[in-house]
Design a protein around this ligand. Structure first.
Ligand SMILES: Nc1nc2c(c(=O)[nH]1)N[C@H]1C(S)=C(S)[C@@H](COP(=O)(O)O)O[C@H]1N2
Ligand SMILES: [Mo]
Length: 303
């Protein structure tokens, strides 16, 4: 059997071997027929997500090429600046137009709702994309638990406001905290996911620890990081980006290759780790799942 060297113990290989083991174990008697050599022959490249045919983006890239303006606008500088963010204890308040408002401790949330895996594409409005194996649980599960009232039409999400630990919040340009929003039917869609980990590990600080949103059919800026509050509201909330640059960013921000951003065409994208550009897909490839939510919208317009 091939020897494992320390360079083989990457987050990807640990993750893949664990998954391979789980799959193999699931085959019961058949497992005996599998050549043990294949168990360790997985290299770092050529990793295929099972829910998607796309290759997973490397852990190193996912964790060292980040947008997290609370720290810095330098994507490669976020990881280092975020390493001392205090993420324990951490509370998430779920409130507003609900019958049973609650504040959850992050560990209680993880225990209560568990962690399943979702491999999603992430498409940034700047024209790059990744494929990320997230861990977490669907947002609708949490929203149903607090029992929305009939006046709950939108959901407002708020990131942590902590300038003592987040140097980017000391500048006067942006209005903190970072705020995002979804329509209630978008928030209740099963694809809308609360993320608590990636590659089978706790969520790294730079990716929005200890809990962030992933809305895979929308531009990346909707996937708000380091959440402290989820508020159900009756009016469309004002968001960080619609407030900072209303001519550039809309509330809906669905990935749409036919509607250019004022500074960037959206027709193609560069997958991080690749050189070629790929065609951007309508709703980032999730049209079958979410297209029906927008049957009343003119998709040639930018919202
Ligand atoms: N709080 C907060 N959330 C945020 C951002 C941010 O600056 N602050 N950046 C957004 C943008 S523009 C993108 S593309 C994604 C990037 O997520 P990643 O660094 O995990 O890839 O996070 C989004 N969520
Ligand atoms: Mo982004």
């Amino acid at each position: 059997m091939q020897q494992l060297t320390s360079s083989d113990i990457t987050p990807e290989s640990v993750y893949l071997n664990r998954r391979k083991f789980m799959k193999t174990a699931g085959f019961g008697a058949l497992a005996g027929l599998i050549n043990p050599l294949t168990l360790f022959s997985q290299t770092e490249t050529g990793i295929i997500g099972e829910q998607l045919r796309d290759e997973l983006t490397r852990f190193q890239a996912i964790t060292h090429y980040n947008n997290f303006y609370e720290f810095t606008t330098d994507k490669e500088g976020v990881a280092d600046l975020a390493k001392d963010l205090t993420t324990s204890p951490w509370e998430l308040e779920v409130t507003g137009e609900v019958h049973d408002p609650r504040t959850f401790d992050i560990e209680e949330l993880k225990k209560r709702y568990g962690q399943e895996e979702r491999i999603y594409r992430l498409r940034c409005v700047e024209g790059w994309s990744m494929v990320i194996p997230w861990m977490g649980f669907p947002l609708p599960v949490l929203l149903k638990a607090v029992e929305p009232t009939s006046r709950a039409k939108f959901v407002r999400f708020v990131s942590v406001n902590r300038p003592s630990e987040m140097p980017g919040q000391k500048g006067g340009w942006y209005q903190w905290p970072y705020v995002e929003g979804l329509r209630i039917d978008e928030a209740m869609h099963d694809l809308t996911f609360l993320v608590t980990g990636l590659y089978g590990k706790d969520l790294p600080h730079q990716n929005g620890a200890p809990i962030r949103l992933a809305v895979p059919w929308k531009y990346g800026f909707k996937s708000i990081k380091s959440l402290v509050k989820i508020e159900l509201v009756s009016e469309m909330p004002r968001t960080f980006w619609t407030q900072a640059a209303p001519k550039e960013y809309g509330f809906y921000a669905n990935v749409n290759p036919n509607v250019p951003h004022p500074r960037w065409s959206q027709s193609s994208e560069r997958r991080i780790g690749e050189f070629r550009r790929r065609k951007t897909l309508m709703f980032n490839g999730y049209a079958e799942e979410v297209g029906h939510l927008y049957s009343d919208m003119d998709l040639r317009r930018n919202y």
